[in-house]
Design a protein around this ligand. Structure first.
Ligand code: IPM
Ligand code: MG
Length: 355
């Protein structure tokens, strides 16, 4: 097998620290993976004046997968929007066609106490949020800020989905549900929005091709409520770009810490970008206290989805459970009676636990 080409994009804030730990774990598996590293986000802006330089994008397009840390820092918030660090991640998603975003929310039994919700609500929780990632109000045109005839300023964005875009992400959700508990909740706002009406009609139509999967529909406001009321009712949740952005952050809190949540963004060629669901956390950057587990678990998702190395992915996931059982905790998931460790110690412990 020719070597798998992995591009590392550590980015800003805690990005470099957590990507280092994931790389350590990958290396310990001795797989034929060739790595390259490039700048992205604020780090790329500082060096080259753009958050996603052509050279970085080119390397990403040529790689089999990208392992992404995080981007952003308050100091870039005053830049023109196209130059802000977040544009790098949007540019990678769009250019690589990464339309399917998998955000699993799993509550590890060892962390049941770390969530702000009652333990009985979340013990055993295993939800998969599938977020459409290249359409919707994030990319819809026209958008802008304009001056009206009366001299007032108006900001506007456009929510758009085509039927093929909805079908494409819908299929991903139904197929994923077939490997799980065969239940899909499609989230929309079809009581108000035309885009959502098309979303719902398309999902209903598509659902007929998957009679073995139960399809349920929920409005986004109700879904946000049900997610904290009775989270275990969900199996696969499929939704558009913006609703998925919001729901996936909400779901992360069910698991105890956003520091635990991996994600995968895939195109139709199994090329993927893997990143923790959390951000760059500039407040704790460089302090060696960031939780590297979401990034390590993202590397496991990469092995599963882009390399077909299920066994190696299982090994990482089992090792993560093992270190949690050993009582090791970074500050974000620390509770009385457990052992507080830093970013590196956590990474080392996972390597040790690979067995
Ligand atoms: C996410 C983030 C991004 C998004 C930002 C950083 C552009 O919040 O991946 O959820 O909104 O998609
Ligand atoms: Mg988000």
């Amino acid at each position: 097998m020719s070597a798998f080409k992995l591009l590392l994009l550590p980015g800003d804030g805690i990005g470099p620290e957590i990507v280092d730990e994931a790389l350590k774990v990958l290396k310990a598996l001795s797989l034929p993976i060739e790595t390259q590293m490039a700048l992205v986000g604020g780090a790329a802006y500082d060096a080259h004046g753009h958050p996603l330089p052509d050279a970085t994008l080119k390397l990403a397009m040529q790689s089999d997968a990208v392992l992404f840390g995080a981007v952003g820092d308050w100091k870039y918030d005053t830049l023109d929007r196209p130059l802000r660090p977040e544009q790098a991640i949007l540019g990678l998603r769009k250019n690589m066609g990464l339309f399917a975003n998998f955000r699993p929310a799993i509550c590890y039994e060892q962390l049941v106490g770390a969530s702000s919700l009652k333990p009985e609500l979340i013990a055993g929780l295993d939800i998969l949020i599938i977020r459409e990632l290249t359409g919707d109000i994030y990319f819809g045109q026209p958008r802008g800020i304009r001056t009206l005839e009366n001299g007032e300023c108006e900001g506007f964005d456009t929510m758009r989905y085509t039927r093929p875009e909805i079908q494409r992400i819908g299929r991903v959700a139904f197929e994923a549900a077939r490997k799980r508990n065969r239940h899909v909740t499609s989230v929309d706002k079809s009581n108000v929005l035309e885009t959502s009406q098309l979303w719902r009609d398309t999902m209903v139509e598509l659902g007929k091709e998957y009679p073995d999967v139960t399809l349920e529909h929920m409005y986004i406001d109700n879904a946000a409520m049900q997610l904290v009321k009775e989270p275990k009712k969900f199996d696969v949740v499929v939704t558009g770009n913006m609703f998925g952005d919001i729901l996936s952050d909400e779901a992360s809190m069910l698991t105890g810490s956003i520091g635990m949540l991996p994600s995968a963004s895939l195109n139709d060629k199994k090329q993927g970008l893997y990143e923790p669901s959390h951000g760059s956390a500039p407040d704790i950057a460089g302090k060696g206290v960031a939780n590297p587990l979401a990034t390590i678990l993202s590397a496991a998702m990469m092995l599963r989805y882009s390399l077909d190395q299920n066994e190696a992915a299982d090994r990482i996931e089992t090792a993560v459970k093992k270190v949690l059982s050993q009582g090791l905790r970074t500050p974000d998931i620390h509770s009385p009676g457990t052992t507080r460790v830093g970013t590196r110690e956590m990474g080392d412990a996972v390597v040790q636990a690979l067995g």
